[in-house]
Design a protein around this ligand. Sequence first.
Ligand code: DX5
Ligand code: ZN
Length: 224
Amino acid sequence: MLEILPSILSADFARLGEDIHRVEAAGIRMLHVDVMDGHFVPNITLGPPVVKSIRKITKLTLDVHLMITDPDQYIGAFVEAGAGMISVHQEACRHLDRTLRSIQAEGAEAGVVLNPATPVSTLDEVLDFVDYVLVMSVNPGFGGQKFIPRSLDKVRQLVRRRQERGLSFAIEIDGGAGPANIGDIARAGVDLVVAGSSVFGTADPAQAVRDLTMTARDAVSFRV
Ligand code: DX5
Ligand code: ZN
């Protein structure tokens, strides 16, 4: 069943706790946390101390998306700070197999992320043990960008591979998701949808999450 993960990148960092509590009211299970280092992507956000503070005010699973040049160096710190899921970019990892296994060894779920220009085939050797694959539907670095429709082809390829190989990884999408495309996203087979500006950029973030969830579930339900 498709789930929405609000991305705090579009929240008000001066009122982060309040904003998180607002979306919790929509019954979500996970929160998406974007970590940017100013090297791998042209923007800087937050690090383990902020994750640790968020951990104290919510029981939601924290899905930490590392957009950093050297993820290996910080995995332990993010798990210790309270990350339950950690994703690393295929493009940032010289030893992707080792990095993903080290996330799992630290006790978190391991995800691998694909930039828009990176093909699904680059993941063939790790799909049998990753917990989730995150398909970037914008070039990472900023919230509020336009959804790249080709990303849905990659989602369909992943769905096919998962089925053919009898695997169970979840498929997540990140960037430009909102009311206009959530139906297509759901129909392509996405399990986890990250939504930043289409949630926190609205007057009622909890209602935005409920509306997105309902539209997505309607899109894939069969009516008789
Ligand atoms: C972009 C981040 C996203 C961002 C999405 O690099 O990885 O998680 O918050 O924001 P929206 O939903 O506004 O595109
Ligand atoms: Zn993200």
